[in-house]
Design a protein around this ligand. Sequence first.
Ligand code: GLN
Length: 550
Amino acid sequence: MHFPTKFIFITGGVLSSLGKGLASAAIGALLESRGLTITLQKLDPYINVDPGTMNPFQHGEVFVTDDGAETDLDLGHYERFTHAKLGRNNNFTTGKIYHSVITKERRGDYLGGTVQVIPHITDEIKQSIISVANDVDVVIAEVGGTIGDIESLPFQEAIRQFKSDVGKENVLYVHLTLVPYISTAGEVKTKPTQHSVKELRSIGIQPDILLCRTDRFLSKEIKSKIALFCNVDVDQVITAKDVETIYEVPLLFHQEGLDNKIVALLNIWTRAPKLGRWKELVEKIKTPKYSVAIAVVGKYIHLKESYKSLNEALCHGGIANDCKVNLDFVDSETIDESNCRERLGQADGVLVPGGFGARGIEGKISAIRFAREEKIPFFGICLGMQMTVVEYARHVAGMQGAHSTEFDEATPFPVIYLMKEWFDYKSQKVQQRDVTSHKGGTMRLGAYPCVVKEGSLAHQAYRNEEISERHRHRYEFNNDLKERLEEAGLVMSGISPDGKLVEIVEMADHPWFLGCQFHPEFKSRPMDPHPLFVSFIKAAIDYKNRRGGE
Ligand code: GLN
């Protein structure tokens, strides 16, 4: 392309949860469909250096990139909607910005100057935005939080300054607000949007495009009213109506003229968008031939956001099989051997996802046992895989009291334990870890290679021997007990190339029973569904058919 990199900044008003992350991802998808190269970035106002140390109840899922960054879950949306290669520079927090400024100050980089929010913090923020601008036509940067929050002010000030730094023709501000329908009045209300834009303008940012989240299409009159009060043209007011599936958002935005407006305002010449694949995808999601019920037995089930990528990956596995996947979240604290049949008996597949902490552990083990014995397709991910090994050790290999040392340090059979030393491919160094290691950023994180055993279930799914998957865990399979588990029939079907780390386990005498130490859900995309999820959902459909035929 022959134009300088363009920057789109996305802010949100009125309240959180309006779908700013999805809106950003959808804009990315639309620009890509016009042949542009893009990247996305999330700027988060909280003080944690990354969300890795936050509880999923607090902040939803922690998304992991190939390079091992623990990031905001919006990066998951970005990867699922676009081809952008994301890594640690695609997510900055206040904590990370300050950490870097304070490190420079201690080193003496500021040569005796007073270090201040403006310009030092704002410069650092601008630098972080620039750091992802290499080799792309457009950077889409989403500012977390809501306009008016004290803590997001430095980010807002930085993006305000950005326009004069790189030229006004290269920057576009998109603001997402709410236009609620008030049933007692029988009309939609524009006042929250007016106030939000007023707040934005008071810090010096005039939005170029307003995305109005509503439950209905906005009339020309309403759009004109918003345009008048918010100082934009009427075609710069876009309806962001609720949709049936998130993958419809790019199509809806396009129908509202959003991508045309963006390229016009940024003065970019592109081809017309090619949206055929998105249309096909949405069509497929809306008219599935089959349906299955998957029981997800976990701890964070009350918060949908906690298993975001997992939910999406299951949906993708469904799309590939022309199947709607209904999720039944089962609280692992409420399940035990006595009620498994009642709670899981109707499921066409059981999945135990990743997690931390002892709560609900025995419930997960009971669910795995039930799925194994009843021959219900079973998928264990990360902690789910670790508990699969524990269950198998206890009930098949005769290792009474087997456990992970995360939950029982004195177990006679520590089948999962803290490996004191392991060779880290990324740093090409031997890493050491013990219980006193720092909590932040010290897990096995990001993409690691794995060799898949020929003829295994995993191999049938991947159709490949060499794979790479993303990790986020501290504990590992204990090789000292491997032989005994193998003799009892557990198949180690995925191992690190040096043979030291067990990455996938499965059971031969079962239609589909597999646990993986990594998180396959992070790499699944609607148009490129993850092979393990495709294979698992296929097994669930087969199981349902078999059961129906009995
Ligand atoms: N708590 C386990 C560990 O740290 C599993 C982590 C996970 O499921 N992400 O190894």
